[in-house]
Design a protein around this ligand. Structure first.
Ligand code: Q9C
Ligand code: ZN
Length: 381
């Protein structure tokens, strides 16, 4: 078990905090010794379960959220079953790395939203009802019912009692995996929950609050990396990540997703969004039609990989959502279990230090197999 990870890539600062202590060796479920040790480290926190909303606004009803605690427990179970590698707890990084990509007032809103909401006598979970839409002023109201609309990019996602501590745990999970890579691990998996890629500098929604992968990309840069590629393979466009880095040439963002004409988030993710200012040419969207299977999806990924190679980043960060699965209840792609393994292997051919960050995936019973298929496809020689 490596507790002496001292190999630093030349672009990283050696004074960065060390690896987590007290690694957990996951006990065997199958016959001992029967499993390959694929040696891909996972970072996980049980505090994800504090995010346990009762409601999501869906089709005009308040339903049980698709983004539920069982999701990552299934992934963890599959990691154990296949012997992917050690599972380690997160370190606490505080808010500084989060505030490198998020608005301080927004973070203060996330922290205090639930207490302000309940103090107003609201009976249900905190959901916005009025947003600063076309023609309205963009200023922060004082009333929490207005404030929550100001800070929302969509209204399906309720803020609840345990949301903020779970969000903090999620970003710590991501940053711990990021640190492992900065210290020389060739790859690591941040088993984050809640997810992050829809969260902008100052908006939550689409089940996301803090943009974990954007926080990590910025952390790599702050530690000396010159270029980071963020590849988003979640079914949905990573609007938050795109918008955070849209005017920057040091982070290339590439996203394969359901065409926003037909799918959430509807208002961003089109092919002609190429970046702006000095970021022009560093944003690449692949909007894909309903029914897209691996023949088309895999070609788009190949194209994205060629762009990543030309960019020559120091590190690759993958927004890993498996809602591209054919059985996903809220999405319209047709990837099979085997397809996840295939594209994991394709990503390994880039031969880059690679950080995987968990995003979506709502076929809960299959989410473990699909997610771990990407990681074993990546790790298998
Ligand atoms: N009634 C992520 O995958 N729309 N977020 C849901 C279901 C929101 C997805 C529609 C989808 C958000 C991280
Ligand atoms: Zn998604």
């Amino acid at each position: 078990m490596p507790s002496d990870l001292t190999i630093f890539y030349s672009f990283f600062q050696p004074e960065f905090p060390g690896p987590p202590v007290g690694r957990i060796r996951i006990s065997s479920v199958a016959t001992p010794g029967s499993k390959e040790d694929l040696s891909l480290l996972t970072v996980f926190s049980p505090d994800h379960s504090l995010r346990d909303a009762k409601t999501e606004l869906s089709g005009g009803e308040l339903v049980k959220p698709y983004e539920c605690p069982a999701r990552v427990e299934y992934v963890l179970e599959q990691i154990r079953l296949v012997g992917l590698g050690d599972v380690v707890p997160p370190n606490a990084y505080g808010l500084d790395p989060v505030l490198r990509v998020h608005d301080p007032q927004y973070i203060e809103f996330l922290r205090s939203c639930w207490s302000q909401w309940t103090a107003k006598g609201n009976k249900g979970e905190a959901i916005p009802s009025v947003l600063p839409s076309r023609g309205m002023r963009q200023r922060v109201p004082q009333n929490i019912n207005g404030k929550i609309g100001y800070y929302a990019m969509a209204v399906e996602t309720a803020i609840t009692d345990g949301t903020w501590p779970a969000v903090q745990a999620s970003s710590n999970v991501a940053l711990t995996a990021q640190a492992l890579i900065s210290q020389g691990e060739p790859a690591a998996f941040a088993l984050c929950r809640p997810p992050g890629h829809h969260a902008t500098r100052d908006q939550f929604g689409g089940y996301c609050f803090v943009n974990n992968i954007a926080v990590c990309a910025q952390a790599f840069l702050d530690q000396g990396a010159e270029r980071v590629a963020v590849l988003d393979v979640d079914f949905h466009h990573g609007n938050g990540t795109q918008s955070i880095f849209y005017e920057r040439p040091d982070v290339m963002f590439l996203s394969l997703h359901g065409d926003p004409l037909h799918s959430f988030p509807y208002f961003l993710g089109f092919a002609n969004e190429k970046g702006a200012g000095s970021g022009a040419g560093f944003n690449h969207n692949y909007p894909l039609a309903p029914g897209t299977a691996y023949d088309i999806w895999g070609d788009a990924l190949q194209d994205a990989c060629r762009k990543i190679e030309a960019f020559a980043p120091d590190v690759l960060a993958v927004s890993l959502g498996v809602d591209t699965f054919e059985g996903d209840p809220i999405s319209f792609f047709r990837l099979t279990g085997d397809d996840f393994k295939r594209y994991g292997t394709l990503l390994a051919s880039l031969k880059l230090p690679t950080l995987f960050v968990m995003e979506g995936g709502y076929a809960v019973k299959e989410i473990g197999v699909n997610t771990v298929n990407v990681l074993t496809g990546f790790s298998s020689k």
